[in-house]
Write a protein that binds this ligand. Structure first.
Ligand code: SF4
Length: 239
């Protein structure tokens, strides 16, 4: 999220939970088996537990996860587990409280640590930590996060800082993201676009095309390799 803030979407442009459920249902009927809720920050949206519960009840989903900044997780972990979420990824680039505050602009790392504890006690498994690095997992902050993960029995994935504008992206260390040859992911944005790739300006709006057609068109437009994306920002495509 840029420091100067972002232009807010109109409320009427944001998909309702029922519309999101329609997309998930249609996707599952077309063979999608994995669903991940991401953001922005999913836990700030009112009623998110109900959405999780309804998605979890859709037959055919074998892997259901969420990516969160972890700040509200202490309040929601148990409810998420009870609602049927399988696993959780938490973004954590440093465990230094001052740096954490600086990176997030206001966050308190203690909240995230309590959130991780709550997720462990709730039985969300595995808990994966997404750590953004500039270049290498041996950077001092990344080493500290690695140590923290070892001590706390958490899996870690390193995500090299990406640049949408220039199309600079890398495979995720410790995960299978970023491998275009194997990538079969689709992304639904909060305002209803199904995108074939993060690094692509293309998107098909479900309200305009209809859910099934938007999904099929996005599948047909899966690129051989991600290129660049001049129009979107990570805060609105959930990168
Ligand atoms: S196709 Fe796009 S979303 Fe998939 S791995 Fe490549 S750059 Fe990422």
């Amino acid at each position: 999220m840029p420091e100067e803030g972002v232009e807010l979407l109109k409320h009427s442009d944001i998909l309702s939970y029922n519309e999101i459920l329609d997309v998930v249902n249609e996707g599952v009927s077309l063979g999608i088996k994995k669903i991940r809720i991401t953001g922005g920050e999913p836990l700030v949206r009112k009623g998110v537990i109900e959405l999780v519960q309804k998605i979890a009840n859709i037959k055919g989903i074998v892997d259901f996860g969420m990516t969160t900044n972890g700040i509200l997780l202490q309040d929601y972990a148990l409810e998420l587990k009870k609602a049927g979420l399988h696993r959780i990824n938490i973004s954590l680039d440093t465990i230094n409280p001052e740096k954490f505050k600086k990176i997030t602009r206001w966050g308190n790392i203690e909240d995230v640590i309590r959130g991780i504890e709550a997720a462990k006690s709730a039985g969300l498994h595995p808990i994966k930590i997404n750590c953004v690095i500039t270049k290498h997992p041996n950077e001092p902050d990344a080493l500290e996060v690695t140590e923290f993960c070892k001590t706390n029995g958490l899996e870690i994935r390193f995500i090299r800082q990406m640049n949408l504008k220039t199309g600079e992206f890398w495979q995720i260390h410790g995960g299978n993201g970023g491998n275009c040859g194997l990538c079969n992911r689709l992304r639904l944005t909060s305002n209803g676009f199904i995108k074939p790739c993060l690094f692509s300006e293309i998107g098909f709006n479900v309200r305009e095309w209809g859910v099934r057609e938007a999904i099929l068109r996005a599948i047909r437009e899966k690129p051989v390799k991600g290129t660049k994306n001049q129009e979107n920002h990570f805060n609105n495509i959930g990168g």
